[in-house]
Design a protein around this ligand. Structure first.
Ligand SMILES: Cc1cc2nc3c(=O)[nH]c(=O)nc-3n(C[C@H](O)[C@H](O)[C@H](O)COP(=O)(O)O)c2cc1C
Length: 188
C-alpha cells in the first residue's frame, strides 16, 4: 500500500519522530511504500473559512496556493494516512492543526445529504506523544480525531497515545511494541 505519514513535531529526532520511525520501519518491512511529510518545513497557512472550496466536490479547490494543496494531493493518492503529533496545550501542534483545518476543502455537504469526501474510505490513524498521562490531557485530541475521521468519511485504522515521555532515549521497549502494533493495524 501507499502510505503517507505526517509529522507534526518540529523535532526531527524527538519523541514523536522516534515512535513514528518505528511505525514506518514496520510498515516498510511488511512491504509497503511509506513517505513521511515533515510539516514543519511546509508553508501551510490557516484556513480562511471562505468556503470557496465547497463549490466543486471533485477537487480540492482551495483559494490559497501553498504547500497544503500538495500535501492534500499526496494524502488523496495514498491508501493510508497517519497523523503524528506531539500534544501541545491539550491539542494538535500548530503545524498539523493548520493542515487539518485546510482539510475543510476535502469535503462537501458535511452533515447534509450528499456528504462527499476526497478521502472517502481511506485508512487513517493517529499517533500522539505527550509529557502527561492520557486522562485529563489527551482525550480531547482522540475525540476530535474520531470526528475528523467521520468528517472525512475515512476509516480509523489505528491510534496510539504515548504518555509520560521525557526524551527519546527513554522510550521503552513496550512503547516500541505498541508502535509495531499500530503499524500492523493500519494495514491489517
Ligand atoms: C508548547 C508545548 C505544549 C505542551 N503541551 C502539553 C500538553 O498539553 N500535554 C502534555 O502531555 N504534554 C505537553 N507538552 C509536552 C510534549 O507533548 C511532549 O514532550 C512530546 O512528547 C514532544 O514531542 P516531540 O519530542 O516529538 O516534539 C507540551 C510541550 C510543548 C513544547
Amino acid at each position: 500500500m501507499q502510505i503517507t505519514t505526517l509529522l507534526g513535531s518540529a523535532k526531527k529526532k524527538g519523541n514523536t519522530a522516534t515512535v513514528l520511525g518505528w511505525v514506518e520501519e514496520e510498515l516498510q518491512s511488511l512491504g509497503h511504500d511509506v513517505e513521511r511529510i515533515y510539516l514543519n518545513n511546509k508553508s501551510i497557512r490557516g484556513c480562511l473559512g471562505c468556503a470557496k472550496c465547497r463549490e466543486n466536490p471533485d477537487e480540492i479547490g482551495c483559494v490559497q496556493n501553498d504547500d497544503a494543496v500538495d500535501v492534500m494531493e499526496q494524502m488523496i493518492s495514498s491508501e493510508v494516512v497517519l497523523f503524528a503529533s506531539p500534544i501541545y496545550f491539550w491539542g494538535f501542534s500548530a503545524q498539523i492543526k493548520a493542515l487539518i483545518d485546510r482539510g475543510y476543502s476535502l469535503v462537501t455537504n458535511y452533515h447534509k445529504p450528499g456528504h462527499t469526501s476526497l478521502m472517502e474510505g481511506k485508512r487513517i490513524g493517529l499517533l500522539v506523544t505527550g509529557a502527561g498521562a492520557y486522562e485529563e490531557n489527551a482525550e480531547g485530541m482522540f475525540t476530535a480525531f474520531d470526528w475528523i475521521v467521520d468528517f472525512l468519511l475515512a476509516r480509523k485504522s489505528g491510534e496510539l497515545y504515548v504518555g509520560e515521555c521525557s526524551v527519546p532515549a527513554e522510550l521503552s521497549e513496550e512503547v516500541k511494541n505498541k508502535a509495531l502494533e499500530l503499524a500492523r493495524s493500519l494495514v491489517g
